[in-house]
Ligand binder design. Structure first.
Ligand code: KG4
Ligand code: ZN
Length: 369
């Protein structure tokens, strides 16, 4: 197959599975690392701000309005014409179905109009393959995907070959950060604002739960944490009539420490499970919005250092939702000979590991990652 492969591949990626409309152009020359020629993202936070969460209908409409703009901007920034493209990759799930459909229809239109091959991409694979785009990490590696809608450990063996070792059985950590911010009157998204407060607080003041620690395996639970935080908050209010800025900082610091603790201990287990089968210490990579958290990054870095594992954390803009990761995952599938056509469907659910049982309650927020 390698002989029939064109030397340079230029691929357009399209992403619209949650609340970011993205279009990106990637180019790969032979076996050199792929180069990001453009990566356009239109966020929708302001459209959803009044509702305390992403409203699917508003998201779908905004995607439909912005997709064409994002695509033409991606081409302009890359200094390319549509006819310079070799293929079109698009998120075909999992995610909010209206948004995914908008992207898939846009990609089908371009594919038909330009007579270009179409490649459907799993959004989670986009996140999970990002360490290969940014750091040329080789298969197999261990991946922690941690975002507003997902939290799972995966062994990545190929663009369509993932094994899940465990994950959250209820809330995703991003959801817990966002909920914590809401309970404490901090701005959304909660991750960055809780992190900023935590830096000023005492992490030892409140003893928040670390669920599932006594259970074997690497499943996690974060829903008890928000209940504990709510109780601690209400106890202070009942006692003193309100929260001081220090109380708030201490609550954030104690909360964040509990999340870091759970993630690091479970990551240590996942690394152990990996090494039980394959004694070579793996590369651990993180992706997803929560991977932007400095305390989580620092904890994982120390852990990897102690276990002699390499640690890769892509830059923030490539951890959160973007189309460059979709173009990249599409490129890998394209190079493997994968092609879709007009029968490509948008899927609200699409697990990466088809053999692992569904995790109860995970992805409540709409299977975004
Ligand atoms: O991957 P992402 O951009 O969107 C999806 O969930 O698909 O992740 C967004 C989540 C939000 O819940 C946000 O609060 C969280 O990532 N986040 C953080 C930080 N930055 C963003 N969580 C903790 N610490 C951060 N610094
Ligand atoms: Zn995502």
């Amino acid at each position: 197959m390698a002989g029939s492969m064109k030397h340079t591949i230029t691929i357009l990626g399209i992403e619209s599975s949650c609340d970011d409309t993205g279009a990106a152009v990637l180019r790969q020359d032979g076996s050199n690392p792929a180069e990001i020629l453009s990566n356009i993202v239109y966020g929708q936070s302001d459209l959803h701000a009044d509702f305390g969460g992403v409203v699917p209908e508003i998201a779908a409409r905004a995607h439909a309005e912005k997709l064409d703009v994002a695509v033409s901007e991606a081409l302009t920034t890359a200094n390319l014409k549509p006819s310079d493209l070799d293929a079109i990759a698009v998120t075909a799930g999992p995610g909010l179905i209206g948004g995914v459909m908008s992207g898939v229809m846009c990609a089908k239109g371009l594919s038909a109009g330009l007579n270009l091959p179409l490649v459907g991409v799993n959004h989670l694979a986009g996140h999970a393959l990002t360490p290969r785009l940014t750091d040329q990490v080789e298969y197999p590696y261990l991946m922690l995907l941690v975002s507003g809608g997902h939290c799972q450990f995966l062994i990545a063996r190929g663009p369509d070959d993932f094994s899940r070792l465990g994950g959250t059985i209820d809330d995703a950590p991003g959801e817990a950060f966002d909920k914590t911010a809401r309970l404490l009157g901090l701005p959304q998204p909660g991750g960055p604002s809780v992190q900023a407060e935590a830096q000023k607080g005492d992490a030892k003041r409140f003893k928040f739960p670390r669920p599932l620690m006594d259970r074997p395996g690497c499943d996690m639970s974060f829903s008890g944490l928000k209940t504990a935080l709510l109780r601690a908050r209400d106890a202070i209010i009942a006692e003193k009539g309100g929260l001081t800025t220090q109380d708030r900082a201490d609550l954030c610091a104690s909360f964040q420490e509990a999340v870091v603790d759970v993630i690091c201990k479970k990551t240590a287990r996942a690394l152990q499970v990996y090494m039980d089968e394959n004694p070579q210490p793996p590369t651990l990579a993180v992706a997803g919005g929560v991977a932007a958290n400095t305390a989580i990054r620092a904890g994982l870095e120390t852990l990897c250092h102690n276990l002699a594992c390499a640690f890769v954390a892509p830059p923030l803009a490539l951890c959160t939702d973007n189309a460059a990761m979709i173009a990249y995952a599409g490129l890998e599938r394209f190079n493997d000979g994968h092609r879709d056509d007009m029968t490509l469907v948008a899927r609200p659910r699409w697990p990466l590991d088809k053999t692992a049982p569904a995790l109860l309650g995970s992805g409540k927020k709409g299977a975004k990652a």
